[in-house]
Design a protein around this ligand. Sequence first.
Ligand code: FAD
Length: 511
Amino acid sequence: MSSLSSIETLPVNGVTYYLPKTTEDLSTLIESSRSTGRPISLRGSGHSFPLIPDSEAMDACLYVLMSYFDSVSFDDAKQRVTVGGGCHLGLDPYDPTGRSTLENSLFYQLFQHGWAIPEMGGITHQTVGGFLSTGSSGGSLIYSFDDMLVSLSILTAENPPQLRTFSVDDADPDGFHAAGIALGLFGFIVSATFRCVDTFNIEGTETISTVDNCAIDLFGSGPNDLKSWMQKTEYTRLIWWPQESVQKMVVWQAKQIPPVSGFQPKPYQEVPAIFGSNIPASVAADMIYSAIGNWPDWFTDTFNNSPESRLFADLISSQFYPMILPALLSIFVPVDDPATGPQQFRDYWWSGLCMDNQMNDKLMPVKFTELWIPIDKAPEVMNELLDFYGQSGQNTDNTGSFCVELYGAKGGKFWLGPSYGSDVIRIDVFWFANTPKDPVVTLFQRYWDRFAKYDFRCHWGKYLPTTIAGQSGAAYLQNQYPHWAAWAQLRQRLDPDNVFLTPYWKAHLAL
Ligand SMILES: Cc1cc2nc3c(=O)[nH]c(=O)nc-3n(C[C@H](O)[C@H](O)[C@H](O)COP(=O)(O)OP(=O)(O)OC[C@H]3O[C@@H](n4cnc5c(N)ncnc54)[C@H](O)[C@@H]3O)c2cc1C
C-alpha cells in the first residue's frame, strides 16, 4: 500500500486536499481516515452549497479530490462509455487543480466520438461522481441522465476496502438502486459506465412575457397546463420573477434535431453580449444585486449613518419593489419585442442543453434550495406559489428580489432519488449570495414550511432543512424515502467505521 505522504496534495480554500492517482492511494486514504478518525470529505467540482464550503470551513476532515480519475473509454460494440468518477461533464473553469479542459471532459469526448448523453443540468462544471451522488439532473420528463447509468465501481470502506461493482444487470438490482444516488456515503466512485445514444443537435426558443401573457396555462389543469407542456416538450425550464410590478415568466424550451452536415450553431444568449462577452452584463448584474443585498448598510455607512442618510435610505426602500426593481429588470429581463419575437437558438447537444454555463459563478454567485414534488400536483403547487407570493406578488418577504426556477425531472428507480417513483416538478429557489443575510432564515425556511404538506423531497446538493413542520429536517427527509432504512443498513455495511460520514451528512441525516 502507498503511504499518505507519497500522495500529491494541493491547498484549496485553506485546507489540504489529497489528489490520489490509483485505487491503492484511495485505500491508503481510507485506512488513514479509519486510524485517525478524520472522515473523508470528497469534493467533485465543489458546486454543492453549503455541503462542500461548510466541510472545508470546519477543517475536520481528510479532504480528497479525484481529479486524476478522469479517464474515458468507449465500448463501441455496446455503445457504452466508462468514465472516471473525477471526470468533469464539461469544462470546469474553476477547477482548483487546473486539470479540467473542454477536451478532457466527458461530454466533449462523447461528442467527438459521435455519441451523446441526452440529458444534463443547466451547467456542466460538475464531476461525474458529484452529479450522480446528488441525483442532479436537467429539465426533462422525457430523458434522464440517471436512466443512462449501467454500472458503478465503488471503492468501499469495508475492512479491508473493496472495489465493488453495482450494475443494472445484477440478478438482484437492489444494490444498484441504492448505490445510484448515495451522497458519496458508499465510498469513492472510481468509475461509472453509461449507455449512450447517437449525437444530435438541439433547437429551441426563449420567450419572455408577463405571467398573464404566458402561452402556457400556468395555473390551470387543462390540456395546455404546465404539466402537459412539460410532458410533451423535450427540454424545459421556466424562470419566474414573481414580484409585484414585475410578474415575468421566462420560458426556455428545446427539442432534439438531427445532426446534419454543415450545421451552423446559433448559441443561446442568457444575458446580452456586450463587445462579444457576457462578462460586462454579469458584472453589472452582480453590482446591482450586491447593492440590493447589502442595502441599506453600504449607503448609510457611506454617509456615516447620519439621520439624513437613514431618511433617504427609507425613502428609496419604500420605492424599491414598486419602481426600482421593475425598472432594473426591464433592462436585464426585457419582455420580447413583438417585432423581433422570442430568442431562437440552435446548438450541439453538449453546448446547448447547459443553458446556464455562461453565467459566471464568481460574478453571479447563487445559492439554492430545491423542492421536488410529483408532477400530478403541479396545478396545486403553482396556485400555492401564487398564493405564497400574494396573488399579485405583493408579499415581498416571500418573493424576495430574485427569481425562482421551475423545471421537471423524470421519475427514477434510485432509492434516494428525489424523483424516485414519479416524474416531478421542481421549485428551485434562487438566492443571490453576495449578501450578509442568511438565505435559510430570510427565505428558504418559508418555502420549506409552506410546502411541507406536499411532501417535497430536496435536491441533495442544495440547502437542506434542519427543522421543518415541527420535526427535525433529518426525520422529515428520511420519511420521504420508502427505502430509507434499507439504504441506511447497506451504507452501514459498506462503511462500518463511518469513514465517509462527514459532519455535514451526519448532522443532516442523523446517521
Ligand atoms: C450554478 C449551479 C448550477 C447548478 N445547476 C444544476 C442543475 O441544473 N441541475 C441540478 O440537478 N443541479 C444543479 N446544481 C447542483 C449541482 O449539480 C450539484 O451540487 C452537483 O452535485 C455538483 O457536482 P460536483 O462535482 O460539484 O460535486 P460536489 O459538490 O463537489 O460534491 C457533491 C457530493 O458528491 C460527492 N462526490 C463527489 N465526487 C464523488 C466521487 N467520485 N465518489 C463519490 N462521491 C462523490 C461528494 O462527496 C459530495 O457529497 C447546480 C449548482 C450550481 C452551483
